[in-house]
Design a protein around this ligand. Structure first.
Ligand code: CA
Length: 230
């Protein structure tokens, strides 16, 4: 459930925003000044704050500054009756995500809210990948073949991760060394060959033209298609 905090001291506008956000399926909390806004945010951690600039005691700029000083990255849509360029720039430079000048249409308001939420939600990276009979969990650094887990060392898993991240592309030994070993511990190219040989054995395909193909004089390539697991 996406939770939105509305900070607006004009009762009619506040109610209009609360009602319309509610219709859209958001849970909404509303307050009429800066201090209760900060208290509400500390208590409930909204996913987005609609913040009026002109408030009776503590203005929207101060609220925004307090939030950012407290390292709260919550997205903020600022509202103001004033349309001055200076206010807009100040709001944005304090870390507001968008800015609307009153009066505004409720439809546009909702559209802006949704756009900010889309931008702020992290893009989900697949953590599990499938490739032929294999399943790889990148977060857990685990690998399975047909449901049986494979005992890979962290280095072997790292090499595998590099290979499957670009299936079909040849990775040179030098590239693998640079990506799989720390700068102060990089071995020679033959060490890569040894690790790849171990990896092939553990994956169950030692054929140099098989799963991990040796590309003569160049490097190694993962030959199967890789798909994110849905
Ligand atoms: Ca106001």
């Amino acid at each position: 459930m996406t939770h939105i905090l509305v900070v607006e001291d004009e009762p009619n506008l506040r109610q209009l925003l609360v009602d319309n956000l509610g219709f859209e399926g958001f849970t909404v909390e509303a307050v009429d000044d800066g201090v209760p806004a900060l208290a509400a945010q500390r208590a409930h951690r909204a996913d987005l704050i609609v913040l009026d600039l002109m408030l009776p005691q503590m203005d929207g700029f101060q609220v925004l500054q307090e939030l950012r000083n407290a390292r709260d990255p919550v997205p903020v849509l600022m509202l103001t009756a004033r349309g001055s360029e200076a206010d807009r720039v100040k709001g944005l430079s304090l870390g507001a995500d968008d800015y609307m000048v009153k009066p505004f249409s409720v439809l546009e308001f909702i559209a802006r809210i949704k756009a900010i939420l889309r931008r702020s939600s992290p893009v989900e990276q697949p953590t599990a990948l499938r490739s032929g009979p294999f399943r790889f969990n990148l977060a857990a650094m685990s690998a399975e073949r047909e449901g049986h887990s494979l005992e890979l060392t962290p280095r072997e898993f790292r090499l595998l991760e590099i290979l499957i991240s670009h299936p079909g592309r040849t990775h040179s030994r030098q590239e693998l060394v640079q990506q799989a070993w720390e700068a102060d511990a990089r071995p020679g190219p033959r060490t890569v060959d040894v690790h790849v040989a171990n990896l092939r054995r553990k994956l169950g395909d030692e054929d140099k033209r098989g799963l991990i193909a040796t590309v003569g004089g160049e490097g190694y390539r993962w030959t199967l298609k890789v798909d994110p697991e849905r």
